[in-house]
Structure formats: structure tokens, C-alpha cells
Write a protein that binds this ligand. Structure first.
Ligand code: GLY
Ligand code: MN
Ligand code: MN
Length: 463
């Protein structure tokens, strides 16, 4: 069989084994791209050594396991999706610039918890210069640290591993006076790697488009499916069914919030029965090949907004469009949020839900009882993706390849308490919650809305 770029053939113990990786069909990141990422990191850390720890095996209760999900930094650089692993990047090492420590093959354990790649195949399949069983870490790691001038590592959730690494560093510091060489500092590897992750490659964008397209289909399907009298979980089921049909999973717990539940930002109980004249807020997104989408739509279940719902909805939509309009290369990230806040505050003032001097209301955040969260976040391998939003007083300017969400809202909790000096909220507004969220790619010209396929104009939402 001809070996094309979809396949990888390796030789193990004298036998040829072909691994069928459908990189292109499944639009997965290719081994070459992982290698290019490691090379970019190496160029930046020079004579340092970077260490990455896999995500810990998640345990639900007793010994019931969740599906494993690799740490995003680890995955970004290796594509390796198993727990109990360590990746070492040591550009200054003569031979072993990329080393993997992995779980060895163990047929008995694999019968229970699934196939392991094993040491030999890990080296070949993931293009490591060397691979070792994870239980040899303490013995083998010092050779990759002792000539480094710095260790690049992100202190993580695995406290034991943090301590292991600190112990190795301490051992080297102890002999520093004799050796006159070795790492003299630890730097957060995120400071190097996360700016890389913030700008998505064409392959990454292809996978993000796929996650967005699946999410768009699911939202459109849910909108058609929803009827008065259904329970919120029924709509959640339809959305997640659509994800699963396309080989995707929920990127985060789906929020299906009807009536006043829409005023609770992280409402995930999804167990209320939908009433006539309710708004339904759905915040749900698919994770596909590790890449995430994040969409919110709010619509009238009966097919018609009440006058108050429509006024609030129009205002949030206007704020969202104004915020999206700020997205172009060179504009500060912060400007997106500022644009949304200004439109929301102006609108709330027109409705006499806020009063006073607009600049003071914005500066002192007197709008916060109605709008208490940021207007968005970076999106990528993590839903709240890595990357800095503001460099102290200096802006993070948008650049092509970044993906961010834009998700303003107004939440008029039935028990809302305005800040001192602000008007009481009339009963007719209470219980209305609206959020509209899209995923936007910064392009060379301006931007592209990846999730534009779900309707959000009033005319489109009313029957
Ligand atoms: N669904 C999580 C968020 O919107 O940030
Ligand atoms: Mn969301
Ligand atoms: Mn979001």
C-alpha cells in the first residue's frame, strides 16, 4: 500500500505496522506541525529546558473515570493523549532535543483502561528523539536539566509533580558551586508558549471552524425543536445529541436557561419546565479534536418577544454588534469590551434603569448589577483560552489568527439590587436575562464571525 500523508508506518521489533491516522479527513494537526511548534519553542528557549506534565487522570468518585483529556500545552506540542506522561524539550542537548516519558505497555492494565502507546511506539509515532518509561523519570531527567541555564515550567495542578521538579532543581542548585553550570531560575513556560497558542494556524482554524459549524447546527436544531412545556434538559439532550453525531462533545456544561434562570450566569441544572412567554437562553458549544466553540443565543419560546424582552434584546444585540465592529488588527482587545459597555449603559439610561453622568457610571461600574462579566475571552484549545488581555497599562492589540468570543448580556435578576443612588427596577423588567455570544476570528482585513450561521436578528427569531 502506498504510504501517503494520511498514514504513518513504523517498524517495531522487525514488523512493519501501519497506523491509520486520518489527519486530513479528521482535519487533525499533522506530525509536521507539532514538530514545527516544538522548533519554534526551542528557538525561543535556546539553552533552557522546558518540561511539560500531562493532565492528571480525572476520577469522578471511587474508581469511576471520566474520559481522559490531555493538558492543552502538552497536547499543543506533542499531540500525545495519555496520562502519566512528561515531555522534555532540551534544544541544547546533543541528541535528545525532544524526549517523552510515557506509561509502558501493560496488557493487563490496558484491558481495563484502554490501549497505551508504549515507549517504543511513542518515540516513533510522536517523533521523539528518545522515550523512556515514566518510572525512569527521576533517573533520566537530570541529564536534560544539568546543562540548562533555565527551567521553563508551569506550576500545575499536580502538586506531587511540582515538588518532584523543584527537588530536581534543588539538587542542581546544591552542586552549582562545583559545576558552575545549571539552571538558576524557573520561568513560567506560558510566557513563551501562550503567545504562540494565541495565534491560530490554518490547521487549527480548520478545526475551530468545524467545532463552530457543529455548534451552529446544534443551536439551529434546538431552536426549531424547542416548544413551551418542554423541560430544559430535553433541549440540552437535543443539542448534545447533535454534537455526538459529529464526533464532538460539549466544550463545557451546556446552559439551557428559561425564564428567570437566564439571569443566572452559570445555570446548569437545566430542569425547569418552559413556560409560555419565556425567553430561552442557550449557551452551548462543541469541542472537536480538542478545539472549542462557544455560542449563546436567547430567543422567545412562543415565537414572539414581549415588548420588554424585545427592548432588552435589541439593546444587547446593538452592544454585541458594536463590540464586534471593534475587532480588527491593531485595535486594543479592551476596546471590544468598552464598546459593548458604552452601548449597554446608554440604553439602560434611556430606559431610566440607570441615571446620572454616563462617564461616571462607566468608570465606577454602576451598571454591574445588570452586566457583571467581561465581554469575551480568547478561544482555542481551551474554552477560556490562554493569552494575555492587557499588558499592565499597555494594550494587547488584536492580530490576525486570534479567536475571541463576544458575549455581552443584560441580566435583570428578579431580586436585582441597583447600586446606591440608582433607580429601583420596575417589576416589568425583572426576570429578563439576555446574552448573545459569537466566536470571531481576527483576519488581515478585519474579522470573520465563525458562528454567524445561528440567527440573532429579531425578525429571524420571531415566527
Ligand atoms: N460558556 C462559557 C462562556 O461563555 O464563557
Ligand atoms: Mn458561552
Ligand atoms: Mn464564552
Amino acid at each position: 500500500m502506498a504510504l501517503d500523508r494520511n498514514y504513518k508506518q513504523i517498524q517495531l521489533s522487525g514488523h512493519h505496522i501501519t497506523f491509520y491516522f486520518y489527519y486530513y479527513k479528521k482535519r487533525m494537526t499533522t506530525p509536521t506541525e507539532y514538530q514545527q511548534r516544538r522548533e519554534r519553542l526551542m528557538a525561543k528557549i535556546g539553552s533552557g529546558t522546558a518540561i511539560f506534565r500531562s493532565a492528571p487522570m480525572a476520577v469522578m468518585h471511587n474508581d469511576v473515570e471520566y474520559i481522559y483529556r490531555q493538558d492543552s500545552d502538552f497536547f499543543y506540542l506533542t499531540g500525545f493523549n495519555e496520562p502519566e506522561a512528561v515531555a522534555v524539550i532540551a534544544p541544547h542537548h546533543e541528541e535528545h532535543k525532544f524526549v517523552l516519558f510515557v506509561q509502558p505497555k501493560d496488557l493487563e492494565k490496558e484491558t481495563w483502561t484502554g490501549e497505551r502507546t508504549g515507549v517504543e511506539a511513542a518515540k516513533e509515532l510522536y517523533d521523539a528523539d528518545e522515550a523512556f518509561p515514566i518510572n525512569e523519570l527521576n533517573e533520566k531527567l537530570p541529564q536534560y536539566l544539568k546543562n540548562a541555564d533555565k527551567i521553563y515550567y508551569r506550576l500545575g495542578r499536580d502538586r506531587d509533580f511540582n515538588n518532584t521538579l523543584l527537588q530536581h532543581w534543588q539538587n542542581l542548585l546544591r552542586v552549582y558551586p562545583q559545576a558552575g553550570t545549571g539552571p538558576i531560575a524557573i520561568q513560567d513556560v506560558g510566557t513563551i508558549l501562550h503567545p504562540m497558542r494565541l495565534v491560530k494556524s490554518p490547521t487549527e482554524l480548520e478545526q475551530m471552524r468545524r467545532a463552530a459549524a457543529i455548534s451552529v447546527d446544534a443551536h439551529n436544531y434546538a431552536m426549531k425543536f424547542t416548544k413551551v412545556g418542554q423541560f430544559e434538559y430535553e433541549i440540552q439532550a437535543e443539542i448534545e445529541y447533535m454534537f455526538a453525531r459529529h464526533g464532538a462533545t460539549p466544550a463545557y456544561p451546556s446552559i439551557v436557561a428559561s425564564g428567570a434562570n437566564s439571569c443566572i450566569l452559570h445555570y446548569i441544572e437545566n430542569n425547569r419546565q418552559i413556560q409560555a412567554n419565556d425567553l430561552l437562553l442557550i449557551d452551548a458549544g462543541a469541542a472537536y479534536n480538542y478545539y472549542n466553540a462557544d455560542i449563546t443565543r436567547t430567543f422567545p419560546v412562543s415565537g414572539k418577544f414581549t415588548p420588554e424582552q424585545k427592548i432588552i434584546y435589541d439593546l444587547v444585540l446593538k452592544a454585541q454588534l458594536a463590540a464586534i465592529d471593534q475587532i480588527k488588527p491593531g485595535n486594543p482587545y479592551q476596546q471590544v469590551h468598552d464598546a459593548a459597555v458604552r452601548v449597554l449603559v446608554e440604553g439602560l439610561m434611556d430606559l431610566e434603569l440607570l441615571k446620572g453622568d454616563i462617564e461616571e457610571i462607566i468608570k465606577e461600574e454602576k451598571y454591574k448589577p445588570f452586566y457583571m462579566h467581561r465581554t469575551g475571552h480568547w478561544l482555542g484549545l481551551d474554552v477560556h483560552d490562554v493569552g494575555v488581555y492587557q499588558w499592565g497599562e499597555n494594550p494587547q492589540n488584536l492580530q490576525p489568527g486570534q479567536v475571541l468570543t463576544v458575549e455581552p448580556g443584560i441580566y435583570i435578576n428578579p431580586n436585582i439590587k441597583p447600586v446606591e443612588g440608582q433607580p429601583e427596577v420596575d417589576e416589568r423588567w425583572r426576570g429578563i436575562g439576555v446574552r448573545i455570544e459569537d466566536d470571531v476570528l481576527v483576519t488581515a482585513e478585519k474579522h470573520e464571525i465563525l458562528t454567524a450561521g445561528v440567527p440573532k436578528l429579531v425578525d429571524e427569531l420571531e415566527e
